[in-house]
Design a protein around this ligand. Structure first.
Ligand code: ABU
Length: 450
């Protein structure tokens, strides 16, 4: 018989989720919750515990005071929106609670993961490759650096000093990876970018030459496909030329931009990817599936099992390595993250995602045109993907963002473009509309001139 408490929890969700959805539609932005009020919502854990009904009531109060990230007025981070198929699959994954290490424990879910990875590898042009899901872009990047370092060691032994090349606009996971892996943060060479935030290949070549002359060994060149602030794409083809000339592992951090491979504009930006060794691709960003869903894809097969495959007779007891993905994972226990992406992709197909990206690019062009036409506003770059960085004359971008949030008008962040602090608008929610964007610009200017 099913545990009656579990049925109580399911009934709670069946009532609460529609209530939350209705409240989001009515109030798409919740002004920031003062910390003291938030603390009052979080009872301490007691020795005796509490009745389920009380815990569920506390969960409801917390949910009703949590920032809303799925509505079209959330422009703050590199994720937004809520896909019904993906959300249902995510809830199902929690209910089933399999661990994605063996066929014995996860059954057909392993085949879902394998089919999904094959599809992603095909989209990336890594048809003979392999992949693994991780807990996010930072972990995918960390794993890429670890594999590149191990492969470099296997080829040429230990080095006195290693270097990792990435742009000054790259994600902070690169220095973090260097630190975790014992290369040291000082191993990271932050290569200069152009005014659009793209790595300058000639600056990379200069730095590399200087390092090689001093006996420093390169671990990896990281090309960013969709930088965090400007959404810029490094020139992958030119960086691959340099990597191949010196036999260096070249990784593409497409945590943000990877999904643009499904659109022809993105395929142009990714020119040269087929010559790279690895790619990070976060589906929880542009593909709208719940956090987190990140894949590391490799052009060739073998490195994952070479560097991650361990013997564990208590775990890998049946079937072959092909359906025991724990042999190719950085984790042991692992959530069923592929299921939600597979469900969403089943629903939309490649064409559905292509159309979504086309729409988002059109919305970007719409808001850029509005900003360009407005005498008080000034674009600070020519956007390559879905980030729009701009300023209002004489007004602090930080203050604008804080006021918009405090008044319940929008959740938007700011980011540095060269010397300028800009408003960073991320256009990633498929439910976004021209009307919401027009209202955003109107509200921002009104707040700024007050
Ligand atoms: N890797 C996520 C970056 C966070 C953000 O700026 O939206």
């Amino acid at each position: 018989m099913t545990d009656p408490s579990y049925l109580e929890a399911l009934e709670f969700l069946a009532t609460l989720l529609p209530e939350l959805a209705a409240s989001e539609a009515e109030t798409p932005v919740r002004p920031p919750l003062p910390l003291a009020e938030a603390a009052a919502l979080v009872p301490a854990i007691s020795d005796d515990g509490r009745p389920l009904s009380e815990v569920l009531a506390t969960l409801r109060e917390l949910a009703l005071r949590t920032p809303l990230t799925t509505t079209p007025r959330f422009f703050n981070q590199l994720f937004s929106g809520r896909d019904p198929a993906a959300t249902a699959a995510e809830m199902l994954a929690a209910h089933l609670n399999v661990s994605m290490y063996t066929y014995k424990a996860a059954g057909p879910m392993v085949l879902v993961e394998n089919a999904l990875l094959d599809h992603m590898l095909g989209v990336a042009g890594f048809r003979a490759g392999e992949g693994t899901f991780t807990t996010g872009g930072s972990l995918s990047n960390l794993l890429a650096v670890a594999i590149a370092r191990n492969e470099a060691q296997a080829r040429g032994g230990e080095a006195r000093q290693w270097a990792l090349y990435t742009s000054s606009a790259a994600h902070y996971s690169m220095p973090k990876a260097a630190s975790i892996l014992g290369l040291g943060r000082q191993a990271v060479r932050r290569i200069e970018v152009d005014e659009q935030g793209r790595m300058r290949p000639e600056a990379l070549a200069d730095q590399l030459r200087a390092d090689l002359e001093r006996g420093v060994r390169p671990v990896m060149i990281n090309a960013t496909a969709g930088t965090t602030v400007m959404g810029a794409f490094d020139p992958i083809e030119a960086l691959a030329d340099i990597a191949h000339e010196h036999g260096i592992w070249i990784h593409v951090d497409g945590a943000f931009g990877g999904s643009l491979l499904l659109h022809e504009r993105g395929q142009q930006l990714f020119a040269g990817l087929e010559r790279c060794d690895s790619l990070t691709w976060d589906a929880h960003k542009m593909m709208g599936v719940p956090l987190t869903c990140s894949a590391l894809l490799l052009r060739e097969r073998g490195a994952l099992e070479r560097h991650l495959g361990e013997d564990a007779d208590y775990l890998f007891q049946t079937h072959g390595p092909e359906v025991n993905p724990g042999l190719r994972s950085i984790q042991c226990g692992r959530r069923n993250d592929p299921l939600k992406l597979w469900a969403a992709w089943q629903r939309h197909g490649d064409a559905g995602y292509r159309a979504r990206l086309q729409r988002l690019l059109e919305l970007r062009d719409h808001v850029v045109a509005r900003i360009d036409q407005h005498p008080e506003l000034c674009m600070r770059h020519t956007p390559e993907s879905l980030n729009v960085c701009f300023e209002m004359a004489g007004v602090s971008s930080e203050e604008l963002c804080a006021q918009l949030n405090a008044r319940g008008l929008a959740v938007v962040g700011h980011g540095q473009v060269g010397e300028r602090s800009t408003v960073r608008l991320v256009l990633i929610n498929p439910a976004q509309t021209e009307a919401v964007l027009d209202e955003f610009v109107t509200n921002l200017v009104a707040v700024g001139i007050e």
